[in-house]
Design a protein around this ligand. Sequence first.
Ligand SMILES: *[C@@H]1O[C@H](CO)[C@@H](O)[C@H](O)[C@H]1NC(C)=O
Ligand SMILES: *[C@@H]1O[C@H](CO)[C@@H](O)[C@H](O)[C@H]1NC(C)=O
Ligand SMILES: *[C@@H]1O[C@H](CO)[C@@H](O)[C@H](O)[C@H]1NC(C)=O
Ligand SMILES: *[C@@H]1O[C@H](CO)[C@@H](O)[C@H](O)[C@H]1NC(C)=O
Length: 391
Amino acid sequence: MYAKASLSMTALAAIFACAFAKDSRTFAVNHFYGNGALSMGRMDPIMNPGAPSTHSHAIQGGSNFNLTMTDDALLYSNCTSSLVDADKSNYWTPSLYFQHSNGSFLSVPMFYMNVYYFFEATDDEIKPFPVGLRMFVGNASLRTPPQGGAANVLDTNEGPIQPVQWTCPRTSYDIPSYPQDSDGMHGVGIQDPNNAGAGAGFPHMNCDGYASPLRADIHFPSCYNPEAGIQDYKTNMVFPSSKGTTGGKANCPPGWIHVPHIFYEVYWNTPLFEGMWTEGTGSQPFILSNGDRTGYSLHGDFISGWDEEVLQKIIDNCDTGDSGMDKCSDAGFLNDASTTCNIQNLVPEKIDGVLEKLPGNNPPTGWGQELETAKQRVKRHFRGHVHGRHV
Ligand SMILES: *[C@@H]1O[C@H](CO)[C@@H](O)[C@H](O)[C@H]1NC(C)=O
Ligand SMILES: *[C@@H]1O[C@H](CO)[C@@H](O)[C@H](O)[C@H]1NC(C)=O
Ligand SMILES: *[C@@H]1O[C@H](CO)[C@@H](O)[C@H](O)[C@H]1NC(C)=O
Ligand SMILES: *[C@@H]1O[C@H](CO)[C@@H](O)[C@H](O)[C@H]1NC(C)=O
């Protein structure tokens, strides 16, 4: 009797596992609309709540984005820059500047942003993001190449996670975007060994692909730990693991919730600066808003403002790929792409055009810049000292 009962329980568990199992990836791209990003400025309610953030960001999504945010504030947004109205989430990344040879910083306009929603092969059931979930990925302090190399690693079974890259779409890669012997420490990044179009750190060629300038690529983890909670962005997420699975599936740790794998693509209009620098010389002029000349510190932030019921339907039924989540029959109300949803920069200051300092006064760092600045300081100090002594 007991044996029989336990057998049927096992069978039941197997049936449930089968019901959840997903053998291959499906996906849908979340498209934005309107005039530029939702907003740009030194705003970051995750890293610097209630105060101006250290550096400027480009922000998309729900209009209730603010310096301080309660867990469900986004749901009551008046509008969202996502075409799918049920998505009031916020998505943000550092913005990009061009440093002219005369030292001035020129803002690089954001071209557009996409967020891929990947529903990956797994034995888990993929669930929607809980409202108010905060995620952060990348490391804003990094100025050195990723320890595991330039290729993305998005599976904890495959080595140290490498979630960010730069993609430089070009008409030809006959001249590579990165010098082949680059160690990533001297003025230019390192090419992805599996993809001539991408790499870790900034490339030293102009990205002239049709309608595809320099692109920031940011992958988020997809396993959420409900015990850590939606607020604890430092510990609440990990990447899934293929350990012990078959068929390329990746699963979350027991007790964790498998959510969609989101991937930001942020295109910056770098070809506007084409005539202002010389490509292929082992250095390059673009700089992240936090002062990073290398590009290694690329990072992304997310707060969920999804209608969970709509997102669950999208997870279960949408596979429209690049044509967009807005083409899914379950996406609900769509915003009118001829309108726009924007909010003011809540830290009013000049962030566009020609600047003598990056917003927040972040000095350029990386690829020897700290050293140069230190040398100049020593030189100035020495000159002052000598001057003082002899006059
Ligand atoms: C943002 O926060 C400020 C200060 O708490 C508040 O006055 C304002 O209404 C908020 N904006 C939105 C869109 O919620
Ligand atoms: C949202 O709409 C309400 C009512 O129309 C309005 O009072 C409020 O100012 C709007 N908030 C924003 C951030 O536009
Ligand atoms: C540097 O050059 C840019 C582009 O010509 C110009 O707008 C800016 O004013 C210059 N900065 C200085 C300090 O001369
Ligand atoms: C981020 O990078 C810095 C500089 O390499 C390093 O000291 C720090 O431990 C990293 N932070 C995390 C959370 O890995």
